[in-house]
Every structure is written in structure tokens, then in C-alpha cells.
Design a protein around this ligand. Structure first.
Ligand code: PLP
Length: 365
């Protein structure tokens, strides 16, 4: 079976020079030199000024830390508006930051929560809103500046759950969290980062990442332990060395998919996919609610598929208890979108086989 996700991270040979440096430094955690170098290099990569990006142990805890900072310690039980069309890490992070998830719908075209949808939802929310979380579906680049305007207009802070983003990221005052989990395009095992142009916010996030403590070892803020060990930073640095090569290969695969899928009537991709951006996973949309049938058809032809976000969060056992607006677009996406294989290892031949099989499926409908 052709796997839907076949992550390939950097090799141990590439990591060894960094591990040797850990032996020499004898520093293993707590903002060690390798972590500081990784943060500096990621800032450089994204053209961000120093201090505007901080790594965290994973994306979920990064979301929690950012939400704690946006909350200013005073939003216990306030609502956090978020799409149901996301991975359950999004509501989990809100809940662990003291917020109550409230699910809203997404845009049909991009599959993301827009400021317009959020503003409309605000008119009928059943409580005080502490924060809005918008989510990048599978790497789609969220227009972050639009969310700065939303905050200016409504006074409500926003966090971008950009877990799937890395290739095209718009930085603004609104903080963004990116995941560096294995399944994401820039994977380092477990890891994530928080970035914002708002330096005051980032300084507070730095404290909250370390139990809310400053140098006096007193907790001035509520925080957690989201710090990254030097060993994890070593993997991140080696991965970053390889990124120009890996990203080029992935972009070529995404382009090839885009070219072949655009010839199949009844299948579409999110705007800009395979042109300016790609993510770690590829999800396609059928014109009709046939994703389940398509999945069975592809599986019969040795192609693995995945419903990455299942039916949305609002239907999952742990999150059914939370309220939501009507979610017609989420329901459409749940029955019409499907994850198909994407990885550096996928050959041109395999991509053609997958697209031919999809074409045969669509023609049979
Ligand atoms: C939308 C979304 N948010 C958050 C996360 C959590 O990231 P991590 O796995 O790094 O904790 C994920 C991970 O898959 C995700 O897809």
C-alpha cells in the first residue's frame, strides 16, 4: 500500500556534529546555545527580527502558551471561537489555557475561518469571548494582517494555529504557532514555534514558556514548561540545513500534483496550492460528497488515504459538549475532502498512478 504520509527526517550523520557540540558545551536545556541558534536561524529564514520567534516543545503546548499570554490571566471560562474544521489539538490547547471552545464554520473556498465569519458569529455568542483562534488548513497561508485589523476593530485577541504552515507565512502582530511535528513539512520529531512582530508579547511568551518565571525565579505569569532541549534543537538545526533541498523536492511534487489534478473535472485544491505553498499533507476536495467512496476505491488500488480531521471536532466524543454555530461548510468538507499520499519519497510515476486512479473514480460517478 502506498502510504498517505511517509515522513523522512534528516539523517543521524547530519545530526552528529551538533551532538558533539552538546558534549563540548555541557549545556542540555534551559535556552541552551543550540536552541538559541535554531531560533536565530529560523528568524533569519523568515526574515524576522531577533526575539520575534520562540521554539516550543510541540505545537499544542505552543498554542497553550500563546493563549495564556493573550489572555492576560483573566479569561477563565471565556469562550475561544475556533473552527471545528481542525485537528483536536486546537480545542485541547484552548481548554488547557482556561478557555471554553466554541465552534464556528469555515470558508468554503479556503477551508479556513475568516474575520467575516468570526464577526458574524460574535453577534450571537452565548458568553464573553476571550480569544479567536483561526486555523491554517493543511498549510494554507492565513492572511495574518487581516486578523490584526479584526483585533483593532473588535478588541478581541487572535491566535493563528498555523500548525501546518511553514512554506508561506505572513507575520504580523497576531501571533502564529507552527508545528514542527514529524508529519509536517518541516519536521523535527516533536517541536513547534510561536512568532509575532509584537516584541512585548513575545517577551511575555518567553516567560510563560518557562513556568512564567523571570530571572528572580519567581512566577510572575501563569505558564508551563514548553522549553526545547538541546538534543531536539540539534535535530532542528540539521533539518534546517537540509531544508533548501527538501523544500525544493516537495515543491516539485506539489507542482506535479497540481498540474495533473487540475485536469480532472470534479476535484479541486485550495487556492495557491502547488504554486506558492504546500504543506506536509495533501488534501483534495471532490465536487460531490464522495470522499468515503473515493477512499475505498483508492485503498482497493493500493493507495492509502486519510481523513485527517475526521468529521470535524464538534462531533468527537471529547468535544461534543461544547456549543457551536451551524456548520454547513464543515459538514460539506467532512464528506468531500480526502488526504492522499504526499512525501519526498513519492515518485513521479506514483503521482501519475494516483491521479489516474482518481480520474477513473471521478469518471465512474
Ligand atoms: C491544526 C493543528 N493544530 C495543532 C497541532 C498540534 O501540533 P503538535 O503535533 O506539534 O503538537 C496539529 C498537529 O497535527 C494540527 O494539525
Amino acid at each position: 500500500m502506498m502510504p498517505v504520509c511517509r515522513p523522512v527526517l534528516t539523517t543521524h550523520e547530519a545530526i552528529i556534529p551538533y551532538l558533539k557540540r552538546i558534549d563540548d558545551n555541557q549545556v542540555y536545556g534551559n535556552d541552551g546555545p543550540l536552541l538559541l541558534e535554531l531560533e536565530r536561524r529560523l528568524c533569519h529564514h523568515f526574515n524576522l527580527e531577533k526575539g520575534r520567534l520562540l521554539c516550543a516543545v510541540n505545537g499544542t503546548v505552543a498554542l497553550q502558551v500563546a493563549l495564556l499570554a493573550l489572555s492576560e490571566n483573566k479569561m477563565n471560562n471565556f469562550l475561544c471561537l475556533m473552527p471545528s474544521w481542525t485537528f483536536t489539538a486546537t480545542p485541547a490547547a484552548a481548554f488547557s489555557a482556561g478557555l471554553t471552545p466554541y465552534f464556528v464554520d469555515v470558508d468554503k473556498e479556503t477551508w479556513a475561518l475568516t474575520p467575516e465569519i468570526a464577526e458574524k458569529a460574535l453577534k450571537n455568542v452565548p458568553g464573553k469571548v476571550g480569544c479567536v483562534m483561526t486555523v491554517s488548513p493543511f498549510g494554507y497561508p492565513i492572511p495574518t494582517e487581516e486578523w490584526d485589523f479584526f483585533t483593532e476593530k473588535t478588541g478581541i485577541p487572535v491566535l493563528v494555529d498555523g500548525a501546518g504552515m511553514f512554506v508561506e507565512v505572513e507575520f504580523a502582530n497576531t501571533p502564529i504557532v507552527v508545528s514542527m511535528h514529524t508529519t509536517k513539512c518541516f519536521g523535527m520529531g516533536e517541536g513547534g514555534f510561536i512568532a509575532s512582530k509584537n516584541l512585548n508579547l513575545m517577551e511575555e511568551i518567553a516567560y510563560r514558556r518557562n513556568f512564567g518565571m523571570s530571572s528572580d525565579r519567581l512566577s510572575h505569569f501563569i505558564g508551563t514548561n514548553a522549553k526545547v532541549s538541546e538534543y531536539a534543537a540539534a535535530v532542528g538545526l540539521a533539518q534546517l540545513d537540509d531544508w533548501p533541498n527538501k523544500s525544493q523536492i516537495l515543491l516539485e511534487k506539489a507542482r506535479l500534483y497540481k498540474e495533473q489534478l487540475s485536469k480532472i473535472r470534479g476535484i479541486r485544491l485550495q487556492p495557491g496550492y502547488g504554486e506558492s505553498w504546500f504543506g506536509g499533507n495533501l488534501v483534495i476536495e471532490f465536487e460531490k460528497p464522495v470522499a468515503l467512496e473515493a477512499s475505498e476505491f483508492l485503498n482497493q488500488h493500493d493507495i492509502e488515504t486519510k481523513f485527517w480531521w475526521r468529521q470535524g471536532c464538534h462531533l468527537q466524543e471529547a468535544y461534543r459538549q461544547f456549543e457551536s454555530t451551524p456548520l454547513p461548510n464543515t459538514e460539506i468538507l467532512a464528506s468531500s475532502t480526502l488526504g492522499i499520499p504526499f512525501s519526498v519519497k513519492l515518485s513521479e510515476h506514483e503521482i501519475s498512478y494516483i491521479c489516474d486512479t482518481l480520474n477513473r473514480f471521478v469518471e465512474s460517478k
